[in-house]
Design a protein around this ligand. Structure first.
Ligand code: UD1
Length: 418
């Protein structure tokens, strides 16, 4: 089992380059199922999940070729698709649920294993299921699978989401591209990942308007064509580097970092004392003092992302002052707090609020990464701890950050894989 060994005390400085977003790349790959022929996704991140999605698509009958060097994948989609996504893959890769929309609308049949419990709280699928049922699919839960079928082409529907779910918006959008009539999604997710997927679908011939707004309209077409699309840069990885600079009193230039995708988190970093300037193809974060504690509440985009919640808690744990961080998107996403407290952080959790009293210095201890973002936050915490921290289960971190130790080393940190 891989572990990361982190020697505390570095001030990170230099330039890092951000690659494609995990949460976009995987969904773009799944959407390729909508058109027979060869689609290509470029600017892929070098992470294990891309391989799992490739395996899933292969089992559905596609020929998938990954070019690691170029960061590209070619997906040759057959006329006749398989329809089953098994538990062994779905449990590793939550984004597998994104094959549901394409399969039901193109193949008229989909069997996708339920992802089950997740380390960040219960993550429902009722919006996905009810919406596809509104579009005419017959759906039941059987032996741990969502089993969906339809004899005719799906029909359009007016769907009002109770919460702007990213995954549900994506499945409805992909399913609606080949449905009969105009589907409207109200209270749709506005995340850049959703826009990226929508733009890929448009380049395949889909008719979509309202991307990035609360209301998305999709006019069904009878056929889509394969296309090539570059994944947008990962805003959560970008945010992680921005927090890394702010926490380590560092100076990091983030190439490909999009400030327009991170307005609220970057405002919070400025409130904490960071200086942020835009550069030719990214931005630079500089900090020369102890951060000031800031209150944050996570919300759907463009709000503060839940995926950066563990970073802001970590920053607040060494900040000057006390703060409250409120989690509004996923329940149970405070699990990593116990690990951070092993490094000396002073945090009290009550329901979906965490009250943090900043201390001058954390102190190294063995800790366990519980998910991707929690793991990355623990690495940042370890960098500002006194002593050497061992982080167990570092495979979680590798799922979201291509070669994190090497990138950290290039910025002057002492982080190794052991
Ligand atoms: C995606 C991202 C995840 C990110 C999240 C929010 C992937 C693989 N994951 O997750 O990294 O943190 O967006 O930006 O892309 N909900 C229901 N019923 C549903 C669907 C969702 O109750 O049918 C609830 C969830 O339990 C959660 C909230 O809605 O409380 C948001 O979930 P959602 O936006 O769907 O997140 P994911 O797409 O799973």
């Amino acid at each position: 089992m891989d572990r990361f060994k982190v020697v505390g005390g570095a001030r990170l400085s230099g330039t890092v380059k951000v690659s494609g977003a995990k949460n976009s790349a995987l969904k773009l790959m799944a959407a390729a199922l909508l058109a027979p022929g060869k689609s290509k996704i470029t600017n892929l991140p070098a992470i294990a999940d891309v391989g799992y999605m490739a395996e899933l698509l292969t089992r559905l009958g596609c020929k998938v070729e990954i070019d690691d060097k170029a960061g590209e994948v070619t997906i040759e989609v057959p006329e006749e698709l398989g329809h089953r996504a098994d538990y062994d893959l779905v449990r590793k890769l939550r984004a597998s649920i994104n094959v549901l929309g394409p399969l039901i609308t193109r193949a008229g049949k989909a069997e996708v294993a339920l992802p089950g419990g997740d380390a960040i709280g219960s993550r429902g699928l009722d919006f996905h299921i009810n919406s596809l049922a509104d579009m005419g699919a017959e759906i039941k839960l059987e032996h741990g699978f969502i089993v969906a079928s339809t004899k005719q082409r799906l029909r359009s529907a007016l769907i009002s989401l109770e919460f702007p779910s990213v995954g549900a918006t994506e499945n409805i959008m992909t399913a609606a591209t080949l449905a009969q009539g105009v589907t409207t999604i109200e209270n749709a997710a506005r995340e850049p990942d959703v826009v990226d997927l929508g733009e890929f679908l448009i380049s395949m011939g889909a008719k979509i308007s309202g991307l990035g707004s609360h209301t998305i309209k999709i006019e069904g077409v009878s056929k889509l064509n394969p296309a090539t699309h570059a994944t947008l840069p990962d805003r959560i990885v970008t945010g992680t580097w921005a927090f890394a600079a702010a926490m380590t009193k560092g100076d990091i230039t983030i190439e490909n970092g999009r400030v327009d995708h991170l307005e609220i988190p970057l405002d919070k970093l400025v409130e904490a004392g960071a200086v942020i300037t835009t550069t030719e193809n990214g931005f630079r974060v500089k900090m020369d003092k102890r951060p000031i504690a800031v209150d944050v509440a996570t919300l759907p985009y463009p709000g503060f992302p839940t995926d950066l919640q563990s970073m802001i808690i970590t920053l607040n744990s060494i900040a000057d002052g006390t703060s409250i961080v409120t989690e509004n998107v996923f329940e149970g996403r405070f699990m990593f707090v116990n690990e951070l407290m092993r490094l000396g952080a002073k945090i009290q959790v009550d329901g979906h609020h965490a009250a943090i009293t900043g201390i001058e210095q954390l102190s190294a201890a063995p800790v366990v990464a519980t998910d991707i973002r929690a793991g990355a936050s623990l690495v940042l915490a370890a960098l500002v701890s006194e002593g050497v921290t061992l982080i167990e289960d570092s495979f979680h971190i590798d799922r979201g950050y291509p070669d994190f130790p090497a990138q950290l080393q290039s910025l002057g940190a002492d982080v190794t894989r052991v």
